[in-house]
Design a protein around this ligand. Sequence first.
Ligand code: UDP
Length: 239
Amino acid sequence: MAEETLLYEGKAKKVFATSDPGVVRVLYKDDATAFNGEKRGTIAGKGAINNQMSNLLFRYLEEHGVPTHFVEEISERETLVRKVEIIPLEVVVRNIAAGSFSKRFGIEEGTPLERPLVEFYYKNDALGDPLVTDDHALILHLATADDLAELRRLALAVNDLLVRRFREAGLILVDFKLEFGRLPSGEIVLADEISPDTCRLWDERTREKLDKDRFRRDLGGVEEAYQEVWARLKGGVAR
Ligand code: UDP
């Protein structure tokens, strides 16, 4: 890799160009933010865990027929991924009430939902990533009707696969956020990351929170929770 051209710097990652115009290099940082950037901090070792955990899960999803941007892990914190045009929707899937869903609808955290719920949020920091209906997305030209159907189908397929994979590691997948991108061919693929930053994960037995809620809610043991999730997933031990 010759010159380093920084294409983008986000809250948790930097993206660099490579000699291949179809491939970019992602560098995962230890920086953490919450509440739309209002709360800031560092979670030691997070970058390496989020990178390797995302890659393990992307490989698993690919093996089960879900297309992703993943190309190759090049170090603990760095991965080559296919360059995509990110669709400006955050796709959230929920299995159990928590977070903004519990708050918005007054439903106690921990209440199981009768089926997985898919929500779309408009990716726009200035507006605080507002929840959007399908009609909002269509009228604001954030996606087409076909795109929305495809995003929903892929998100539900990812949910089924991840629920199973996390269960094998003794973890309950409460909810998570996905981002998708478009390849030059037009194909929609899973992008971004899947990590304790973007998933709510509870211990199957104790229901202890093992994710970014420990940072958001000042619960302590943040680093340990990320390490625990990674150790369990990597080990693949049934608990
Ligand atoms: N999430 C995320 N990035 C965001 C917003 C949400 O990764 O900008 C994840 C969050 O970690 C959780 C799920 O999406 O697993 C649902 O989040 P929720 O809408 O409950 O919002 P929060 O309570 O995190 O503000």
